[in-house]
Design a protein. Structure first.
Lengths: 628, 72
């Protein structure tokens, strides 16, 4: 609680106690009025002051004015009618203040909650000076400096590990609870928590450019991009409050005049003014104005905690309407790392064949050669290899341990005049020949991510009607991956420009009012990410390009997060609509009941304060996304 | 030029009013008030001195919402 909130709480308690106590005081007439004035002023003096200032500054229609007029009106009415019933006016003011207090408390609490969720800002960096560690502001660390990160500390800046091994907790960034191993030579990203060992890191970025700053900047500015619901509400509030005030004015004067002049009945001013005052109490737009942005804020905060960064409320809104999801293949559904998948028709042990292949390809840095070396898994002794000849577009020949090894595609085999076996698998085929005889082939292909199939299915369950895959890869490979994952449509052999065209076609085809999301790894998809209704970049940890280009950023590269992001957005928007309908609905009903005289001021104060409290509580629900 | 300022304001509607008042201040190109973060992002027109403009913004905001504060 802040100081302001504490003072308010004391005022509320004093006023409430006085109000209850005064019920037992048998005072009459003016004495009664003066006695009741004490709790009224205790609870409402600031409102009266603000209302007065508002009028002086030409800002008449604010809620303080409404409350002041309604309560003063009610007291005046009690004086005029000699009923001595001042309780109602004081209670209205009291409940109004309770509502305000609660709102301020709840908003402050969720503000703290959300900033705790995104608590990744490092406070300091350790720099070694004369053998001692010195804590400095991360802003002051220059590129290329060496910083020391001790166990339990946050990594303050992006860099490369120069010394030490450790495990890193990336959960604040990615929502992934599994720790990640790190050793010298690895890149390290700011915002991770170093868990076990001391690391020396050479920084590669300034603090302002570091991942952690980018993410914080993004999250903090997210709720500045307002959604249509928020715009609707602020426009509604602007019309609504003056509207209700004029309606109250009309309610106070028109019916009595009509009764007097045309119907020959007594004017009954008291009743109608009371009803008009009830109107004023109901009219405060606060429930609406607070609960909608609060819902979005909580939704964005909750998503951030799960490793899903949404750049604005508007994107959360679009995301919830997603019916078509277009994937890029490589890096999104597949790992984008080529791996040895199978070895066929081999005349020798698989391991031996792989060893020959890795050694023959040892001079090349092509991804395929690298995947062969990875599959071999042992250190390569270059001295065993001689006479390496690379035949561009075909493969390599080399002498390994004194035997002639040829590794390459079918063209190489044809060139050497060696009969070979074709493969039924999709992927890149490396035929091997040892001493001029065919020795089998190695199949290298991109590996589908472990959760990819599940991810596509959960998307369907989350209400996505169409899944599409775009790839520059060969049709055979693409069709196989799509069939394996259960994707509806595949477009293969596309150049980057073709992808934009395809997405544009799909945008035309999609059902009205639904949205199309494009999911890519953000490295070469920037134009497509921009063109889709909503661009989702995956595996963005450390990739600035992805953070810039996309509307929604998934910090790790788990495709399951796509469905999660959609479900979070749906939940948030559901809450937003509930709040809009609930708050406007209750207010309109109470206005109606007030106009015909069924609702009294007690109901009116519920319509104002009660609705607001319920709407705020509902909004905070958007923060909880664990079970989604 | 864009600057971000910390603000203090009690209710969401008041924050909306501050935003409107800031937008109307001469020298301000655009202003966005974020009630949840208690921040005001102001974009100034070219050649304006943010310090002077912000004094005016504060004055205008005080007019619409007496209880608000902008930390300049």
């Amino acid at each position: 609680m802040t100081k302001k909130q504490k003072i308010m709480l004391v005022r509320i308690l004093i006023a409430a106690l006085l109000l209850v106590g005064l019920n037992f005081v048998p005072a009459e007439g003016w004495l009664r009025f003066v006695l009741y004035l004490i709790p009224y002023l205790v609870i409402g003096y600031d409102i009266l002051l603000k209302a007065f200032k508002g009028i002086r500054n030409g800002q008449v229609f604010d809620e303080c004015f409404l409350m002041a007029v309604a309560t003063i009106g009610a007291i005046a009415l009690a004086l005029y009618e000699r009923s001595g019933d001042y309780t109602e006016a004081i209670a209205v003011m009291l409940f109004y203040q309770i509502g305000e207090w609660f709102q301020s408390y709840a908003v402050g609490k969720s503000r703290r909650n959300i900033s705790e969720l995104m608590d990744i800002r490092p406070d300091y960096a350790n720099i070694e000076k004369d053998g001692k560690l010195e804590k400095v502001d991360p802003y002051d660390v220059e590129i290329g400096s060496t910083i020391v990160v001790q166990p339990g500390e946050k990594v303050p800046l992006d860099g490369i590990i120069v010394e030490g091994t450790s495990t890193l907790n990336t959960s604040a960034l990615t929502g992934e609870s599994l720790p990640k191993d790190a050793e010298a030579g690895d890149e390290i990203i700011s915002g991770c928590i170093n868990m076990t060992g001391v690391l020396k890191v050479r920084t590669t970025k300034e603090f302002g450019e570091s991942t952690v700053s980018k993410i914080l900047d993004l999250v903090e500015n997210a709720s500045s991009r307002k959604s249509r619901s928020e715009d609707f509400i602020s426009r509604f509030a602007r019309v609504y409050t003056p509207g209700v005030c004029y309606a109250a004015l009309a309610l106070a004067f028109l019916p009595p005049l009509v009764r007097m002049l045309f119907m020959g009945l007594p004017a009954d001013w008291g009743t109608w003014i009371y009803r008009a005052l009830t109107f004023l109490v109901i009219s405060c737009p606060c429930a609406l104005v607070i609960s909608i942005p609060l819902s979005f804020f909580a939704g964005i905060g909750g998503a951030g905690n799960a490793g899903v960064l949404v750049k604005g409320s508007n994107y959360l809104e679009t995301l919830s309407r997603t019916k078509t999801v277009v994937f890029d293949k490589t890096g999104t559904l597949t790992k984008g790392v080529f791996e040895v998948n199978a070895i066929h028709h081999n005349s020798m042990e698989e391991e031996k064949l792989l060893e020959y292949a890795a050694l023959a390809e040892s001079a090349s840095s092509h991804p395929i050669s690298r995947s062969l070396q990875n599959a071999y898994g042992k250190a390569i002794d270059r001295s065993r290899v001689e006479n390496i000849q690379e035949i561009s577009g075909n493969g390599v020949t080399a002498r390994v341990d004194g035997v002639e090894v040829a590794a390459g595609n079918d063209k190489l085999m044809e060139r050497l005049g060696i009969p070979y076996q074709n493969c039924h698998l999709a992927g890149t085929i490396i035929h091997m020949a040892i001493d001029g005889a065919y020795a089998g082939h190695i199949v290298i292909s991109d590996i589908v991510k472990p959760h990819a199939r599940e991810a596509v299915q959960t998307l369907k369950k989350a209400g996505v009607t169409k899944t599409v895959m775009l790839t520059g890869d060969a049709a055979k490979v693409a069709d196989k991956v799509a069939a394996e994952l259960g994707i509806d449509m595949v477009y293969s052999e596309l150049l980057p420009a073709d992808k934009v065209k395809k997405v544009e076609e799909l945008l035309k085809e999609k059902p009205e009012k639904s949205a199309l999301a494009f999911v890519g790894d953000g490295i070469n998809d920037a134009p497509v990410l921009g063109r889709a209704d909503i661009g989702i970049a995956m595996g963005a940890m450390g990739s600035d390009a992805a953070i810039e280009a996309a509307d929604v950023v998934l910090m790790d590269d788990d495709p399951m997060k796509i469905a999660k992001a959609i479900r979070i957005s749906r939940k948030c928007l559901r809450i937003v609509y509930q709040n809009i309908v609930f708050a406007i609905g209750i207010k309109l009903i109470c206005l109606l009941l007030g106009a015909v005289g069924i609702a009294n001021m007690w109901l009116a104060i519920f319509a104002d304060v009660g609705v607001m409290i319920l709407a705020v509580l509902n909004a905070i629900r958007a923060l909880f996304i664990k079970k989604l | 030029m864009k600057r971000s300022y910390k603000i203090e304001v009690d209710c969401a509607n008041c924050a909306n009013k501050m935003e409107a008042a800031a937008k109307k201040t001469p020298g301000v190109k655009d202003a966005v008030v974020n009630f949840m973060l208690l921040k005001m992002n102001v974009e100034f027109e070219d050649g304006q001195n943010p310090k002077e403009v912000m004094q005016e913004v504060l004055k205008n905001c005080k007019k619409v919402e007496a209880d608000c504060e902008i930390f300049l």
